[in-house]
Design a protein around this ligand. Structure first.
Ligand SMILES: O=c1ccn([C@@H]2O[C@H](COP(=O)(O)OP(=O)(O)O[C@H]3O[C@H](CO)[C@@H](O)[C@H](O)[C@H]3O)[C@@H](O)[C@H]2O)c(=O)[nH]1
Ligand SMILES: O=C(O)[C@H](O)COP(=O)(O)O
Length: 318
């Protein structure tokens, strides 16, 4: 990979993880990956909340793999009030509503909840997640994410990485996206878990894992889910259990800074929790400018509730 060697003093004397567990130019064909399945089954899950504009495009990019590399394609509808479910269905996905799984448990808001329920709603030995707000996704996203899992039995989680365009003031810049990742997540991860500092997109919504992993770890609430899964995988399997693969370019709906700040607050709470550091639990108050030049405080509560491992919840709920 074209990435400078990390500081060996910080990482020990073995070959850096980014040289052994990152695929910068993945060249596997779909046929090769189908042959490598060896009886294993694959589920693909798109968590979606009000993504009627993009969900059909994402489903359409994966649909041709159904019946071959992919055994089931599910859109986990996270409480949409728009036409997400209809469009996903027409495009060829099975749509599962949040309350169809663990029906006795009142659904909580947030992405973590949707992903947690999706693990119970699917049956694949391997599960790939792809965000439903992607614009013009590459049909090779899922095959590339599955490659390391199919080829190396020690790997349990594969994160995608990519160039990230940013739409700003109507202009589309080639790079500059991933603002929470670059300004908060990677610096904080490097400070608290330096071993994970080589993960290029720790927050990215395109990743794949084994059911063995995904059914046996807790799921953080809301947007803390990705950082929680990453740290839990590391704590359980070490770096040998994690891979990362270049997916090329990934564009999505860019949220405004105010929404990203709330997302950041959740991610920080989850990461501190995983590192055994007490979080105040206080929600973020943003100060929104008014036309007269003054500011109005806008507090947002912090959701920290976690869901227990799916395997445990399934045993408990029967
Ligand atoms: O309550 C929710 C919120 C979001 N989503 C879906 O989750 C995906 C990603 O959500 P989004 O709000 O677009 O997140 P991003 O701004 O893209 O944030 C990035 O960082 C987050 C925190 O790590 C990750 O969860 C995202 O996947 C990653 O793309 C989309 O398909 C959403 O529709 C839900 O299903 N339920
Ligand atoms: O992953 C991130 O950092 C957030 O999703 C923000 O991404 P963006 O800056 O590309 O909108």
């Amino acid at each position: 990979m074209n990435i400078p060697d990390p500081n060996p003093a910080a990482l020990g004397t073995q070959a850096p993880w980014s040289h052994t567990h990152a695929w910068d130019r993945p060249a596997w064909t779909v046929e090769e990956l189908v042959a490598a399945k060896g009886g294993r089954t694959v589920s693909v899950v798109l968590p979606a909340l009000d993504e009627e504009a993009t969900v059909a495009g994402v489903v359409g990019s994966i649909r041709p793999l159904l019946g071959g590399l992919v055994d089931e394609l599910v859109v986990l509808d996270s409480g949409s009030t728009d036409r997400t479910a209809q469009r996903a269905r027409v495009a060829g996905a099975r749509v599962v509503a949040r309350d169809e799984v663990f029906a006795d448990l009142e659904p909580r808001p947030g992405k973590g909840e949707a992903l947690w329920r999706s693990v119970a709603a699917t049956t694949g030995d391997l599960i790939a997640f792809v965000d439903a707000d992607l614009v013009d996704p590459d049909p090779m996203f899922v095959p590339r994410l599955l490659g390391p899992l199919l080829l190396d039995p020690q790997i349990h989680l594969v994160k995608g990485y990519y160039r990230r365009p940013l739409r700003e003031a109507g202009a589309l810049l080639d790079d500059g996206g991933g603002r929470v990742t670059e300004l908060m997540a990677r610096p904080l991860l490097t400070a608290l878990k330096p071993e994970l500092g080589e993960v290029i997109q720790p927050l990215g919504g395109e990743y794949a894992g084994t059911r063995e992993l995904l059914a046996s770890v807790p799921f953080a609430a809301g947007y803390g889910v990705e950082i929680g899964l990453l740290v839990d995988t590391y704590d359980r399997y070490g770096l040998a259990g994690i891979g990362q693969v270049n997916l090329g370019v990934r564009a999505h709906r860019n949220r405004p800074l105010t929404e990203l700040a709330v997302m950041s607050r959740q991610i920080i709470a989850t990461l501190l929790g995983r590192c055994g550091i007490a979080d105040s639990g206080v929600g973020l108050t943003q100060y929104l400018p008014r036309d007269d030049g003054s500011f109005v405080p806008h507090p947002v509560e912090l959701t920290v509730a976690e869901r227990p491992p799916v395997a445990e919840a399934a045993r408990r709920l029967g």
